[in-house]
Write a protein that binds this ligand. Structure first.
Ligand code: SAM
Length: 198
């Protein structure tokens, strides 16, 4: 599998899943019930890592995946681990019939989105040529998060330096707040504190 797997089909490693679980736990510490969406669920490993870690919460989850084989794996994994989860086998950038979530989490598929007709519906569409799927996924995630919800994405290193990055920056400034977490002694001078609703 290591030799033939496509880069975008890589399962999210457990270490990354545990780190994301830690962040989700910190940012939702006062919420006992959360609705969580992974629009690129793949094998489900990332979502299961979070559900297995945050056992003090009641988590209702939704997973969307375009690949039939991977979603079958996720389905089998959810049954084995007895996680309540609703699956949608579809392109996540098409309309999703899922209510807004408290948490959107995803290890984003990186690359171009081939469906230019659908991409036109997004603010983050490219001005010419194919649009970046990972940018469109971020926009779709923001659209499917509740007001005050949190989004956690595994992103490529060059996310904020590509030629489409200025548009993404403007979008994020317009629709979201980027929160940082610092574990040094309180009060911390390194992290700008943000207003509560974000
Ligand atoms: N977190 C997943 C896991 O632990 O297995 C891995 C996610 S993998 C990096 C990205 C996933 O996005 C792949 O499973 C791929 O099939 C899926 N994907 C790519 N384009 C998609 C689309 N338009 N709609 C839904 N899923 C898509």
């Amino acid at each position: 599998m290591q030799q033939s797997v496509q880069p975008n089909h890589h399962m999210t490693p457990d270490a990354v899943g545990m780190f994301v679980s830690y962040l989700v736990g910190k940012f939702t510490k006062d919420q006992k019930e959360i609705v969580m969406l992974d629009p690129a669920i793949g094998t489900g490993n990332l979502l299961f890592a979070i559900m297995n870690q945050l056992t003090d919460k009641n988590i209702a989850s939704y997973g969307v995946e375009i690949d039939e084989t991977l979603i079958r794996l996720a389905y089998a994994g959810a049954n084995l681990q007895e996680h309540p989860l609703e699956f949608f086998n579809q392109d996540s950038l098409e309309p999703l019939f899922i209510d807004p979530s408290d948490v959107v989490v995803s290890d984003l598929p990186i690359g171009y989105y081939p469906n230019d007709v659908r991409a036109v519906e997004y603010e983050l569409k490219a001005d010419k040529g194919h649009s970046y799927a990972h940018h469109l996924f971020i926009e779709q995630g923001v659209k499917h998060a509740k007001d005050g919800g949190h989004l956690f994405f595994i992103v490529p290193n060059n996310l904020f330096v590509s030629e489409e990055a200025p548009k993404l920056n403007d979008f994020l400034k317009k629709h979201t707040h980027i929160k940082g977490w610092c574990n040094c002694r309180f009060p911390c001078s390194r992290v700008k504190r943000l207003p509560k609703a974000s």
